[in-house]
Every structure is written in structure tokens, then in C-alpha cells.
Design a protein around this ligand. Structure first.
Ligand SMILES: [Fe+2]
Ligand SMILES: [Fe+2]
Length: 172
């Protein structure tokens, strides 16, 4: 799969850990990772909606409805990166999320796997928004918008599969 303009880490290459937010690079690292997660979500939901027939039409329709929102999230982050002069290809990213998602054998397993990632992403977005509130309100608003939309994405899986997000990891 082509992930341009992102560059995937080679199988034997470690993905660089994002720099702390106190570094200028830190924000860029997080925006890059977030943008790539949104792009993976766009493709994964499209794939799942075509691939899985062991879940209700409500779930499939829910996945399809989420695609334009994930596309919007991707575009909002990419535009912000562009305005800040952050290049998507500057550092390699990991496609571990996609690798895990495409290995799911059932729609339910897929739904729970992606909801876990979305929940984690939502908490990270809220944390970023709080940190950036006074430092970079424009980027903070992007993260807040995304965090707001992800509530419904996660709720779909709570409603249909009885899944519940675990406790928030303290190290987000
Ligand atoms: Fe998203
Ligand atoms: Fe989402």
C-alpha cells in the first residue's frame, strides 16, 4: 500500500520516539503521527465496510459515515502542518495500526481494535489541546475538533459490541 507523502519505517528500523512538546520538533512529531493515524483510519474503515459481513448493517453504515470525518481530520492536520512548515516525510512513521487492523478475522475484532486506537487518540488529542490552548490555539482547536468527533466513533463500538474503553493510560 502506498502511504505517500508519509515514509514508513523499514521493518528493522525503529520509529523515532516523538520529541518532547517543549521542543519545536515535538509538535511536528505529534501532528505527523496524528495525520498518519487519520489516513490509516480512512482506509481501514473503507476496507472494513467492504470486507466484513459478520456485523449488522448499522455497524457497516456507521463505518461508512465515519470515513468523511476521518478524511476531514486528516485534511485539518495536514493543512495545519503545511502552515507550520512541518513535512509529512521528514521522519518515518509506523503502520503498526494498519497491520493489526488488516489481520482482524471478524468485524467485531476490527471494531474493537480500531475503537481502542481511537479512544487512545482521543485522549492524546485532548491532552495536546490542553497543552496548546494558550501556546498555539489554532492547533489546539484542530485537536479539540477531532477529539469531539471521536466520541461518536468509539460510541458505535460501545453500543454494538458492549466494549468499554479501559482506564486512561497515565503516560499519554
Ligand atoms: Fe479521526
Ligand atoms: Fe475516528
Amino acid at each position: 500500500m502506498c502511504w505517500e507523502p508519509f515514509v514508513l519505517a523499514a521493518p528493522d528500523q525503529k520509529v523515532p520516539f516523538p520529541k518532547p512538546m517543549s521542543h519545536t520538533e515535538g509538535l511536528g512529531d505529534r501532528l505527523r503521527i496524528a495525520a498518519f493515524a487519520e489516513l490509516q483510519a480512512v482506509r481501514a474503515f473503507g476496507w472494513a465496510a467492504e470486507h466484513f459481513r459478520d456485523v449488522s448493517m448499522e455497524v457497516i453504515n456507521g463505518w461508512e459515515r465515519q470515513i468523511p470525518e476521518e478524511k476531514l481530520h486528516f485534511r485539518l492536520i495536514m493543512e495545519r502542518m503545511n502552515n507550520l512548515g512541518i513535512q509529512p516525510h521528514q521522519k518515518p512513521v509506523s503502520a503498526q495500526l494498519s497491520e493489526t487492523l488488516y489481520q482482524c478475522q471478524t468485524g467485531k475484532a476490527f471494531a474493537i481494535e480500531i475503537a481502542t486506537a481511537e479512544h487512545r487518540g482521543r485522549l492524546a488529542a485532548l491532552k495536546m489541546a490542553a497543552y496548546l490552548e494558550n501556546r498555539d490555539p489554532v492547533t489546539a482547536r484542530v485537536f479539540l475538533r477531532i477529539a469531539r468527533d471521536e466520541v461518536a466513533h468509539v460510541q458505535l463500538v460501545i453500543d454494538h459490541f458492549g466494549w468499554t474503553p479501559g482506564p486512561s493510560p497515565a503516560d499519554l
